[in-house]
Design a protein around this ligand. Sequence first.
Ligand code: SF4
Length: 153
Amino acid sequence: MRVKSHLEWSWIFMVSFFVLSIVDIRFGLLGFICMGAPIYHAVKGRGKIHCAKYCPRGSFFQKFLSQISLKNNLPARIKTDTFRYALIVLMLALMIVSLYHAGMDIKKISFTIFRFMLASSIVGIFMGIIYKPRSWCTVCPMGTITGKIKKKE
Ligand code: SF4
């Protein structure tokens, strides 16, 4: 079945997420949806459909960085599995430690997720300006993980 792309407008979710989280940090918990959605689709056998058709962050990079991007090629060492896996381990470790320190405090948990989303978005924006607009997608842990989950034929 052919699935329509929503990348033209789904960036609205990313902007809304940041605005809402600034208004009330508890909205930061919505970041779990952003992290879970690609995995959900992949586990359902839909491969990287989230990246190709829905992802608000991918949509944002594509929409807003295309005009200002220097469009350089990513250095080869950043595209290696070693780099991508190291990034997954690093981000996962930081997230676990941060969540551990947040305890059961909803505001602290929300802030942890918000901070992760913000930091990775800032890195993604810089990468998108220096290299191609969606360069972050080359190293994005969610993209790497979903790429490894077998797609249903
Ligand atoms: S690789 Fe990451 S940022 Fe890029 S489209 Fe997929 S989930 Fe979104």
